[in-house]
Ligand binder design. Structure first.
Ligand code: NI
Length: 172
């Protein structure tokens, strides 16, 4: 296992549409193990493979609290098959947009279908933090970031700030 580098806004790869996983092989198992190590190290509660520069439809997640046992979950080729009419407002952040937190409105509940590491198809209705997190991560697989759901003015301000920081890093 290894901690991989997390790519940061405005890295263009964050806008890629990730490819479906066609076989759960050693490369996918290694990717998942590395994603967990990277996510726990960050620390974060969810990670999409594209955030470690791998454009595959893989998501890792752990919504357990600090005082609880770890609850690692893997979603391969996840898709939303139903969304509730009711919406919810949650303050979101993203490991690829560090230190930015904004309220995002999304459907309160979603039904998610995915493949697990054993190749089994699973389905579950998500609500609360799980619903928010899985929608945020599936967005990543489609090249969408949480700042796409906030006002254009705020998105512009955040993108400008990160573009300047990237230019400064490149100049060093
Ligand atoms: Ni994110």
């Amino acid at each position: 296992m290894a901690i991989r580098d997390i790519i940061i806004l405005p890295d263009k790869r964050l806008r890629l549409v990730s490819e479906p996983v066609t076989a759960i092989d050693d490369a996918i198992r290694t990717l998942v193990a590395d994603m967990f190590e990277t996510m726990y190290d960050a620390p974060g509660i969810g990670l999409a493979a594209i955030q470690v520069a791998v454009p595959k439809r893989v998501v890792t997640m752990d919504l357990s609290r600090k005082d609880e046992e770890k609850q690692p979950r893997v979603f391969i080729n996840p898709e939303i098959v139903w969304t509730s009419e009711e919406a919810n407002l949650y303050e979101e952040g993203c490991l690829s947009i560090p230190e930015v937190h904004e309220d995002v409105e999304r459907p309160e509940r979603v039904r998610v279908r995915w493949t697990d590491l054993d190749g089994q198809t699973r389905e579950e209705t998500a609500d609360g933090l799980f619903a928010t997190c899985i929608q945020h991560e599936i967005d990543h697989l489609n090249g969408v970031l949480f700042i796409d759901h906030i006002s254009r003015l705020k998105r512009h301000f955040i993108t400008k700030k990160f573009t300047k920081m990237a230019a400064r890093r490149a100049a060093e």
